[in-house]
Design a protein around this ligand. Structure first.
Ligand SMILES: Cc1ncc(COP(=O)(O)O)c(C=O)c1O
Length: 1068
């Protein structure tokens, strides 16, 4: 939320008494660690604490710090900070935050806060439903650092587990929606709809988009917000087949709609749209599709929605994975990431991110979207939910929910309610018009602690059911409606000739027939499956992940624990705000913390990724400029070195990108900036700067840069991805930034989840505060006139306890210390490596910020590239640093403060050894095409093969350093991935059974595939309507296409296998 926090430096501290009197940590008072300690309570000496959180979070010990400082050639960590950060911006004051508290105290104060959230039974619907998170998934995925601390799977060879799982997600979406391609995944349903609109516009450049008035209101609002700056006119209408569509780039329909009604004319609407070359987008519900004819069979071009109710907690709005599926002709225009099947260098099937992987860096403002961090972890949870239940299980859940809805409809009718539903068809949601006074229902619901949807018309209510609803819940609901009959009695009266399954829209096609959805029924099998995938991925539980610009630091258990508490996880985002007192306190305190840390006046917690924050921030700027009569300013200055999401977000905010040169040291080229501001002066809306720069250097001219842009009438957007070098040391709001996003999933300890969740709140100066994103669905945000950027008022609210806990447990001293050590670790490693690799950028004093870049250009002549070093690092048990961004053929190393000196040394030692291996190639001791780098990574299958034709030993391949031992070896799952092959033979859903034979024989557990659903229970005896016929035919075609794809893949795989066999025979 974003009430003004102007006086936060004076007034911060809306925390409980208990937390305020918490003693400072013993770590911070340790004499050797040069931290100022505020006050030591006398009881501390008598009852010393076992340890502080800071000591657990920060890797190097005080002794290590001294050694490292020496290695860098200085005397104290303060000196390093002085060398790295320009004096003109260094913070002289302490952050005005409460002192650190310990882990157990933190948990008890969070418990107190959580107790202020009331978990009522909630039937509000609107795209958010309660569900059972299978405990086997909760414990083994959601709460398992092996799954949650991975990075986005750019390094495919050490990410095969989650890539396989994301492919399952895509397959699940394709099957349930009957579409040909699906991505993995988007931020929420609202933004998925906005992406769909943008894709429609890219298709035909028509500037109007029709949205069904029966879409979820938050979806409509997000779409309208996105359209505004694009100049697309959104018409919210009742979409019927007689609508004039010829000028619309696309239409968006909700199926079933927000009131629960299942439209029967979707096929006709789609047919008509096709004639007008208008793209048909359908927002849908996955559980409904277990019973309902899928949109793909009714002519949809794009199908989108949220996968939340497939095993992901409500979490007061998020995080959840949205899905986006489209016909194959749209595949190259789809937003977000897509996993594809390819082969490794030995011809084995493997997975990797296809097509759009890094497209923002290449296509910048022409990119299909700005989506970078999405919701990978949540997509994995949903896919696992489908694996766990299988098609039969899902169908049973769908059937149960639907039958309860039928019972409710009967009960409501008996109690005198009118069903507001033009077709009479529904899945799980009813809109009802009571004859009794609304207040009566309200008060009965409140006394039973039940939340219903009370429509704004004050005349109707909505009730949406879900898989957690029990018979007892149903009886309570019926009582609230004033129905005298019980569930059992009403159920007796259900007729098999009624309901969805008896309608022409009953689903005829099978789904989820792939073995992966039919093989893990028992928990034993499920746990082994989860473990098998987890074991294929390198995460922070194995070693450091030194990805520059990504800040892969400790995600502490105490920080993560509250995320699963029901008080945080089971609240519906549109539950009355008086039930969310705990969340309100959390938001207020977190906003105040972040405002204090950044020097801004107001904070919005709505954006749920860094790139979403960029878009939100730029939109805020555009609205502000408009309000002061400067709406004509559209140019956004973006340095060439910027992250690809910057130009992509600027484009989304309706801006025109003007690149600014950077100097050889990575700083903004002041002369070029001055030229541009002179040339474009009254067109400039903003500059986007990353600070410290993407080259890992604190630009000494940052104040001047901000001044120049301000003087030209523009605003300064600071990309806060590198905030980990600044917290407690300098504040963007002090040195000239007007707005900035923070990647809470980097600096503030939210785990990266293998590609999301994330949170990208923005901080702004006072003048921008009125233009922050609002949200009509929330008391505390609806005073803001501005449309939302996310579907939920507070984005991914349930992960916000993590940054709150991080700040509370480190306190002002610990936070500053963390930044100092992050800078120290980077400079220490740089110092050790500079004798072996060319370090690209440093400041004038020769220091970097919290990350640095080493170049591989000098080895290019010998054929060695950054990618070879990256892959070779896998053999040493490491994830590669950021590869070839922002500088081509380089590695950007960011150790973070959480890595110990030992771990930093291990990575440095690995790189030094690799340098020696490079020398062997450079000096011709090893061929340039057959050496440990070119052949890296070396998976177990390669090292253990009886064929070893290489001119170096297997031992060197697999155990290249004394610290890589059989007992701690992390084996890459496959050899080097062939990206090009994958993109040329694009397959983005699960490959056929035969590809799994190897796996099957190794576990001996693959059971025969279950049939997806029993046809007997469906509309037997009833006459097949035209729609059913069409749907059947479409399902047949879909199956045929899939079969063909599988056959092609199998043929290719067989060909490859044969070729390799021949090769081996020749070698023999
Ligand atoms: C400098 C920079 N800006 C923006 C982003 C985008 O953030 P997100 O991935 O959360 O969308 C990143 C992500 O890596 C980044 O490094």
């Amino acid at each position: 939320m974003h009430r003004l926090l102007l006086s936060s430096r004076q007034t911060f501290g809306r925390v409980s008494l208990k937390t305020l009197v918490a003693p400072p940590s013993t770590f911070l008072s340790a004499p050797s660690c040069q931290l100022t300690c505020t006050k030591v309570f006398s009881s501390d000496s008598k009852f010393p604490k076992s340890s502080s959180f800071a000591a657990r979070h920060i890797g190097p010990s005080t002794v290590d710090i001294r050694v490292m400082v020496n290695e860098v050639g200085l005397k104290s960590i303060d000196e390093i900070v002085q060398k790295a950060i320009p004096a003109s911006i260094r913070l002289t004051d302490e952050l005005k935050l409460d002192p650190a508290i310990g882990e157990h105290e933190l948990l008890s104060s969070l418990k107190e806060m959580a107790a202020e959230n009331q978990v009522w039974r909630t039937y509000i619907g609107m795209g958010y439903y309660n569900c059972f998170v299978p405990t086997v998934i909760q414990r083994n995925v959601l709460e398992n650092p092996g799954w949650i601390t991975q990075y986005t799977p750019y390094q495919a060879e050490i990410s095969q587990g989650r890539l396989e799982s994301l492919l399952n997600f895509q397959t699940m979406i394709c099957d349930l929606t009957a579409m040909e391609n699906a991505n993995a995944s988007l931020l929420d349903e609202g933004t998925a709809a906005a992406e769909a609109m943008a894709m429609c516009y890219r298709q035909n450049k028509r500037k109007s988009f029709l949205v069904d008035c029966k879409c979820h209101p938050q979806t409509i609002a997000v779409v309208q917000g996105r359209a505004e700056l694009f100049g697309i006119k959104v018409n919210v209408v009742d979409i019927t087949p007689d609508l004039d569509m010829h000028e619309a780039c696309g239409i968006l329909v909700q199926y079933p709609d927000t009131d629960g009604c299942v439209q029967t004319n979707l096929a006709q609407v789609a047919e008509l749209a096709k004639q007008k070359k208008t793209v048909v987008c359908v927002a849908t519900d996955l559980l409904a599709l277990t019973l309902l004819t899928p949109p793909g069979e009714l002519g949809a071009d794009v199908v989108l929605g949220s996968s939340q109710r497939f095993g992901v907690p409500l979490g007061y709005g998020g995080p959840h994975a949205a899905f986006f599926a489209a016909r194959k002709e749209f595949i190259r225009h789809m937003p977000g990431r897509m996993v594809g099947v390819t082969k490794d260098r030995h011809g084995n099937m493997a997975y990797r991110l296809a097509l759009q992987t890094r497209e923002q860096h290449i296509r910048r403002d022409k990119a299909t979207s700005n989506v970078c961090t999405a919701q990978a972890l949540l997509a994995n949870m949903s896919a696992m939910y489908a694996v766990y239940h299988g098609p039969r299980g899902l169908q049973r859940i769908g059937q149960r929910v639907h039958n309860f809805a039928r019972v409710l409809a009967k009960g409501a009718a008996e109690a005198g309610f009118e069903l507001v539903n033009p077709t009479g068809l529904y899945f799980d949601t009813l809109r009802l018009r009571p004859t009794k006074p609304m207040e009566e229902i309200r008060s009965r619901a409140a006394s039973a602690r039940i939340n219903l949807r009370f429509y704004d018309d004050r005349a109707t209510i909505g009730v949406a059911l879900d898989e957690t609803v029990s018979e007892a819940d149903m009886n309570d609901l019926l009582r609230v409606l004033g129905c005298k009959s019980s569930v059992a009695e009403l159920a007796e009266r259900l007729s098999p000739d009624e309901g969805l399954l008896a309608s022409p829209l009953a689903r005829q096609s099978n789904y989820l027939e792939h073995p992966v959805f039919n093989s893990y029924r028992t928990e034993t099998a499920m746990v082994r499956f989860l473990k098998r995938l987890e074991n294929r991925d390198l995460s922070l539980v194995h070693s450091m992940i030194p990805l520059g610009s990504c800040t892969m630091k400790l995600n502490a258990t105490t920080e993560l624990t509250p995320v699963s508490w029901p008080e945080f996880s089971q609240l519906h985002p549109f539950a009355p705000t008086d039930q969310a007192g705990g969340y309100r306190a959390l938001f207020q305190q977190l906003e105040a913390q972040l405002a204090e840390i950044t020097g801004f006046d107001a904070v919005s917690l709505q954006p749920n990724s860094g790139a979403q924050g960029e878009y939100a921030g730029l939109r805020t700027i555009m609205h502000y400029l408009d309000s002061i009569g400067q709406g004509h300013r559209k140019v956004c200055l973006i340095p060439m070195s910027a992250h690809g999401t910057n130009p992509a977000s600027a484009h989304m905010a309706g801006m025109k990108v003007e690149p600014v040169n950077v100097t050889r040291t990575g700083s903004i080229d002041m002369r070029h900036l001055l030229d541009l501001t002179e040339k474009l002066s009254d067109k400039i809306a903003a500059i986007m700067v990353t600070y410290p720069s993407t080259y890992g250097v604190f630009d000494p001219e940052i104040r001047e840069i901000c001044d120049v842009v301000h003087a030209a009438g523009g605003q300064v957007y600071l990309d806060g991805a590198n905030m980990n070098a600044q917290v407690g040391l300098c504040r963007p709001g002090d040195f000239g930034a007007d707005v900035s996003h923070l990647n809470l999933h980097k600096t503030f300890a939210i785990p990266h989840g293998g590609g999301g969740p994330g949170m990208g709140p923005i901080g702004v100066k006072k003048h921008l505060a009125p233009f922050l994103p609002g949200h009509a669905g929330h008391d505390h945000l609806n005073h803001l006139a501005k449309l939302p950027v996310s579907a939920a008022p507070y984005g991914s609210a349930s992960i916000l306890p993590i940054p709150w806990a991080y700040v509370r447990m480190l306190g002002p001293d610990g936070l500053r210390r963390a930044s100092e050590v992050a800078i120290l670790n980077a400079n220490y490693m740089m110092k050790r490596l500079e004798k072996y690799y060319k370090v690209e950028y440093r400041n004038e004093a020769g220091f970097c910020a919290h990350e640095f870049i080493i170049s591989m250009n000098e080895f290019r002549k010998s054929g060695i590239q950054a990618v070879d070093v990256s892959k070779r690092l896998m053999d040493y048990g490491f994830h590669s640093p950021t590869m070839s961004w922002p500088v081509e053929n380089s590695l950007m190393i960011e150790p973070t403060e959480s890595e110990s000196r030992d771990e930093c040394d291990r990575l440095v030692d690995a790189l030094i050894r690799i340098r020696a291996e490079i020398d062997d190639v450079v000096q011709g001791k090893l061929p340039s095409d057959d050496n440990p780098l070119k052949n890296a990574p070396h998976p177990q299958s390669m090292v253990c093969s009886s064929h070893w034709p290489h001119p170096y030993s297997r031992e060197l391949a697999a155990f290249p350093a004394p610290f890589v031992r059989p007992e701690n070896k992390f084996w890459p799952a496959c050899s080097r991935i062939d990206d090009r092959y994958g993109d040329m033979h694009l397959i983005c859903s699960c490959p056929p059974m035969s590809s799994y034979k190897a796996m099957a024989s190794s576990t001996g557990r693959l059971q025969s595939a279950e049939r997806a659903r029993s046809r007997d229970s469906s509309s037997s005896g009833s006459e097949q309507s035209a729609v059913q016929e069409k749907s059947k035919q479409s399902a047949r075609e879909c199956r045929k296409r899939k079969k063909l794809r599988y056959q092609t893949l199998e043929r290719t795989a067989r060909r490859e296998e044969r070729a390799i066999e021949v090769l081996y025979l020749q070698l023999d």
